[in-house]
Design a binder for this molecule. Structure first.
Ligand code: DAH
Length: 336
């Protein structure tokens, strides 16, 4: 014959679990728990009445009671976790800050005009078969100067007033003064053929004025392959000029000097009205620089050029003062 006490305990337990699972919030859960397990609860009454059973029936009922209490405890813990998660989610939703600003009267923004110019230049060079490479803005002396054939005593160092970083031996670590150090970095990690352009930010310890900034942008090109000649350099600059500025523009090279190229030249852009815009420096990569990059100068030759991006970007928009680049005035930025 079954034990009537165990059936009752099972039923009371199932009802208690239902009550707990149905609690709508944490207060209701606490109340339900007190109601189904507290002193005045039906289960507590059954427990008290176990004393009137014989030993076997009492042991059996006691085991069932323990299991049912365990079920109730687990149901309560599960429900509490659910309700607490719901409270958290609700609070997060309430405290969430909406930082998006949707202004139906205007477009949501655009890239800075220097970034626009940089990306357009990249596109033009990628269209000519170059890939885009990058290098660090904090450079060591070797890559920024010495490895580029600019020894310590060389006056070219004075042309590029340098910000030094207080790290290592004095003078060892600099903010790169040009993108040319990436020439060496590319040669170190890649064997020829090399056809890369390197856009990036550079720094010089200069007073700011209408035509100078202490932080500005350059793009560098490096080609190293077998049989590369000065003709390839001139042709590449001419092709780039037409692609970027448009038909009706042209280029010319003027003899010049850079320690890391031999021969070296400066290049100018001819505007359709016949006036010239000085753009940058170029030349055949110096054999010493190729060797410093781990490339055999007997087998390979190359050319490089580099120029500033900021002035170009401003010239396009007819802005006369370089310092406008740093402006955060929305009335100005919105015009581009
Ligand atoms: N790095 C030079 C500068 O900042 C520009 C330059 C000149 C880059 C000649 C070159 C080059 O690649 O061949 O003034």
């Amino acid at each position: 014959m079954g034990n009537p006490a165990t059936d009752e305990i099972e039923q009371l337990g199932a009802a208690a679990v239902d009550r707990i699972t149905g609690a709508a919030d944490l207060d209701a859960l606490a109340a339900a728990l007190a109601e189904v397990t507290g002193k005045g609860s039906p289960l507590a009454g059954v427990k008290r009445s176990l004393g009137g059973l014989d030993a076997d029936a009492r042991r059996e009922a006691g085991q069932v009671l323990n299991r049912v209490n365990g079920d109730i405890g687990r149901a309560a813990a599960d429900r509490r976790a659910e309700l607490e998660a719901a409270v958290r989610a609700e609070r997060l939703a309430a405290e969430r800050l909406d930082l998006t600003e949707v202004r139906p009267d205007r477009s949501v923004g655009h890239l800075h005009l220097v970034t626009q110019a940089m990306e357009e230049l990249e596109d033009v060079f990628v269209g000519m078969g170059f890939t885009v490479a990058e290098g660090p803005e904090v450079e060591d002396d070797w890559h920024n100067f010495t490895g580029l054939n600019i020894p310590a005593y060389h006056p070219a160092r004075d042309m590029q007033d340098t910000f030094f970083v207080d790290l290592g031996e004095p003078g060892d670590v600099v903010l790169r003064t040009h993108t040319s150090p990436v020439q060496l970095r590319v040669m170190e990690r890649q064997a020829p053929p090399i056809y890369v352009v390197v856009p990036g930010r550079v720094h010089r310890n200069e007073a700011r004025d209408a035509t100078h900034l202490a932080t500005f942008h350059q793009i560098e090109a490096l080609v190293v392959d077998e049989g590369i000649t000065f003709g390839h350099l001139a042709g590449t600059i001419e092709a780039f000029t037409r692609a970027y500025f448009g038909e009706g523009f042209g280029s010319r090279l003027r003899p010049s000097y850079f320690p890391f190229t031999e021969p070296s030249a400066e290049f100018d852009i001819r505007r359709p009205d016949g006036t010239w815009l000085e753009l940058g420096g170029c030349g055949m990569v110096h054999p010493t620089v190729l060797a410093n990059g781990g490339i055999d100068p007997e087998r390979y030759t190359g050319f490089a050029f580099g120029f500033g991006i900021d002035r170009l970007a401003l010239a396009r928009h007819g802005i006369p003062d370089l310092r406008e680049i740093l402006s955060v005035d929305v009335r100005l930025l919105e015009q581009f």
